[in-house]
Write a protein that binds this ligand. Structure first.
Ligand SMILES: Nc1ncnc2c1ncn2[C@@H]1O[C@H](COP(=O)(O)OP(=O)(O)OP(=O)(O)O)[C@@H](O)[C@H]1O
Length: 412
């Protein structure tokens, strides 16, 4: 079996892409290679690139290091491999540091141990994924490229479409590192809207992972199937389905939905904490994660759930998940009816903690209106759009979303 270090070297040699590994995003140096043999190979790749402007081919590496085991099979995408390398290095720093701190403590007491402990902590923190520094002063040209791209394609979506034109126009899509909070009172169609977003993400080519603390898988699948086949999900349960609807259902479900997986986890116990969600992300590599009923998550720090401190830590933890994994995190959480005043749902309606409003890049509220099936979708808070609202109809016979006309210029 090849190691992660060998897989990274194989990736560079086979694709010629060294920039992803050693560039700002990858942040890998020879220090990340703990095995002396692979470290030697990686050093020689860097030296080759410095001399000739490009990384060596597998043939060149093979000539200098005949025993190096190239592997075309990789245990995950390059982003995963790089994160594993960072993790491996941080573990080693902590492991060695703890040993040294323990020895110092035995010999010279806390006074001797403390400086070592601080040093180990500083090293482990700077080696952390996501703590890579950027030289703002030197990178204007790179940002200019990004701005030029935006100027040449005005209004183009920057992320995954939500399935709602109103939201897409306001946000330009759900982007990596963002945390999006969908809120509302009980039964305000939060889950239904989130399921709509998961489908939109899937159709766009994203690989969603859905964790629901609100609904069992069968019910989620029925609701998704209902919207897909345009048959009321209730009928799929009762069996009272017409011949025409059955044909629609068959046409919708006989073939796989698409090429990539759409994963729903039933392992709620395993996904109950931020660390549990991180493990799921590590195992399943989704490109976007949806958590339905995030207020049910258990906070490992306070060892509580649904208390103000627990919810604050969970909100912070979810945002960290988005940042560290470079994926969008979309969650639903309930608002409190006694926090809904004359203005209706606001960002303060989330209750218990102000963390959701502070940590989220976008807070979307769903509010029932006096009219059946008509809901107000509100941008309650957004880092890059003003508060605004829009009427959405969610009907069930057949199931469909309909939006009032969107006046803004749409990106598509
Ligand atoms: N098959 C159906 N036909 C008609 N109405 C339905 C159907 N399924 C759900 N609804 C309505 O949709 C609303 C619930 O939607 P949803 O579960 O998305 O809300 P929610 O805000 O996520 O609820 P919760 O408080 O459980 O988190 C309810 O008003 C319910 O009556």
């Amino acid at each position: 079996m090849t190691s992660i270090e060998e897989e990274v070297i194989s990736y560079v040699a086979l694709t010629g892409d060294l920039d992803t590994v050693v560039g700002q995003a990858g942040g890998i140096t020879t220090d990340h290679f703990l095995d002396p043999e692979t470290r030697k190979v990686f050093s020689s790749i860097l030296a080759f690139k410095a001399d000739f402007g490009e990384p060596p081919t597998p043939e060149v590496i093979h000539r200098d290091h005949p025993n190096f085991p190239f592997s075309e099979d990789s245990s995950g995408p390059i982003e995963y491999l790089l994160r594993e390398l960072h993790e491996q290095r941080r573990r080693t720093i902590i492991d060695l540091g703890m040993g040294a701190v323990g020895e110092a403590l035995d010999r010279g007491g806390s006074e001797a141990a403390l400086p070592l402990l601080r040093m180990m902590l500083a090293q482990a923190t700077t080696a952390a994924v996501g703590s890579r520094e950027v030289d703002y002063a030197a990178t204007g040209a790179q940002r200019l490229d990004v701005y030029r791209q935006a100027r040449d394609n005005p209004g183009e979506l920057l992320g995954i479409p939500t399935g709602f034109k109103f939201l897409d126009a306001a946000t330009l899509g759900i982007q990596p590192q963002q945390m999006i909070v969908l809120t509302g009172l009980a039964k305000s169609c939060k889950t239904t809207v989130m399921l709509g977003m998961t489908r939109s993400a899937y159709d766009y080519g994203a690989k969603p992972l859905l964790v629901s603390f609100e609904m069992p898988y069968q019910e989620i699948a029925r609701r998704l199937d209902g919207f897909l086949a345009r048959v009321n999900p209730k009928k799929l349960q009762t069996g009272q389905i017409s011949a025409k609807e059955w044909r629609q259902l068959e046409a919708a479900l006989t073939d796989p939905l698409g090429e990539q997986p759409y994963i729903v986890t039933e392992d709620r116990a395993g996904a109950m904490t931020i660390a549990g969600l991180q493990t799921k992300i590590d195992q399943l590599s989704p490109s976007v994660i949806f958590v339905d009923g995030a207020y049910f998550l258990f906070d490992e720090i306070s060892r509580e759930s649904q208390t103000p401190i627990a919810l604050t830590n969970i909100s912070r933890g979810l945002k960290r998940l988005a940042l560290n994994n470079d994926i969008p995190v979309v969650v639903t959480t309930q608002s409190l009816s006694h926090k809904v005043g004359a203005k209706g749902l606001t960002v303060n309606s989330l209750g218990y903690t102000s963390a959701w409003g502070q940590d989220a890049d976008l807070v979307v509220g769903m509010e029932a209106t006096d009219e059946d099936f008509i809901y107000r979708m509100k941008v309650l808070a957004s880092r890059n759009a003003p508060p605004q609202e829009h009427l959405i109809s969610i009907s069930w016979e057949p199931p469909q979303f309909e939006e009032a006309e969107v006046e803004a210029d749409l990106p598509y």
